[in-house]
Design a protein around this ligand. Structure first.
Ligand code: ATP
Ligand code: MG
Ligand code: FE
Length: 335
């Protein structure tokens, strides 16, 4: 069985061809990072225009470099939600057009569900497990008891971690996206600043990062600082919170298996720290390779394949939504 998968929820236009046997596994992603670089974040209208401009040439290239042609596709998987609505519209309209032209079904995928299953592209993880989703728009903990069976445990009450990286990078004039550059700078820095770790010791799985961002801003506005030291101190604070809350989730649920996914899971310090927790026997940690941490259509293909195998397809008049919670989506599109 082969699926064509479509991902356009934010600033990556990504298409993939994937077969459940793993024989076909081809992805092509075009990042718009350069388009948004000077704006400090993603500009929704520019993002939608770029998707529209690039999606058909991308399909051409995918087909040119893949061993299968479009007629072999059994169904089309696509990101339905969450994301920038104008960007989602491009991908959903494209997925519908291909599905209609081929006479093949459409299978909706939740973008965060895609992130969770990015790990499965390397090796399936046994249920139940915890999922720490750390991305540009989300920082949440879920309990996953089976495919499409998601329970929200807690998450950020304000900024997402990826968003915090992006904002701190913008404050220091480092451009968008901020994650990779702060990750790099932090290696050269010292933990000079004792930034706040909000809600660290509270007995809740909720988190908050806006106070941290404000504390960083205050240091930067004073004028004299080393970017490397700010990056290091900021990153240390973030990782302390992510570690503590994941351990707390494990304690609350009695589950030690945890998948860590989303763009921030590409971070080298996060990988090091959770690697240590695994070495200590506290957690069993699964993180996708960095290429699969950030947005890509292969993860959408994998989740789409799981859903299709359960016999779930979408009606042809389905429309994107900017923000259906994962837990709700899982119930509506599960079986
Ligand atoms: P969401 O998945 O919540 O809808 P998104 O799709 O925009 O949001 P992703 O593509 O999953 O987010 O992740 C992008 C985010 O990951 C950006 O905020 C970026 O700064 C961050 N990021 C990427 N690489 C790293 C890194 N090495 N360290 C820290 N953050 C990183
Ligand atoms: Mg992105
Ligand atoms: Fe994402």
């Amino acid at each position: 069985m082969i699926t064509l998968a479509v991902e356009t929820s934010c600033d990556e236009t990504s298409l993939a061809l994937y077969s459940d046997s793993g024989e076909v596994c081809k992805e092509i992603t075009l990042s718009q990072a350069l388009v948004h670089h000077s704006f400090g974040g993603v500009v929704p209208e520019l993002s939608a225009r770029e998707h529209t401009r690039n999606i058909l040439p991308l399909l051409d290239e995918l087909l040119r470099t893949s061993p299968v042609d479009l007629k072999k596709v059994d169904f089309v998987s696509f990101t339905l939600t969450p994301g920038l609505i104008l960007s989602l519209v491009v991908g959903v309209a494209f997925a519908k057009a291909i599905s209609y032209a081929l006479g093949k079904p459409l299978v909706p995928v939740h973008h965060l569900e895609g992130h969770i299953y990015s790990v499965f592209l390397e090796k399936p993880v046994d249920y139940p497990f915890l999922a720490l989703i750390v991305s540009g728009g989300h920082t949440d903990l879920y309990l996953v008891e089976g495919f499409s069976r998601y329970t929200f445990l807690g998450g950020t009450l304000d900024d997402a971690v990826g968003e915090s990286y992006d904002k701190v990078a913008t404050m220091m004039g480092l451009g968008y996206p901020g994650g990779p550059v702060i990750d790099r700078l932090a290696k050269e820095g010292q933990p000079v600043y004792n930034f706040p770790r909000p809600m660290l010791k509270e007995n809740t799985l909720n988190m908050s990062f806006s106070g941290l961002k404000t504390a960083v801003r205050q240091v930067i506005e004073k004028g004299s600082y080393r970017k490397e030291d700010v990056a290091r101190s900021f990153q240390d604070a973030i990782m302390d919170v992510l570690e503590e809350k994941t351990l707390l989730a494990s304690r609350f649920t009695g589950i030690r298996r945890v998948v860590i996914v989303g763009g921030v899971s590409a971070n080298s310090e996060l990988r090091r720290r959770f690697g240590l927790l695994q070495d200590k026997g506290l957690l069993e940690v699964y993180i996708p390779r960095p290429r699969l941490s950030t947005d890509n259509a292969l993860m959408i293909a994998y989740a789409g394949m799981e859903r299709f195998k359960k016999g779930v397809v979408a009606p042809e008049d389905i429309n994107p939504e900017p923000n259906i919670p994962l837990e709700v989506f899982g119930k509506v599109w599960g079986k």
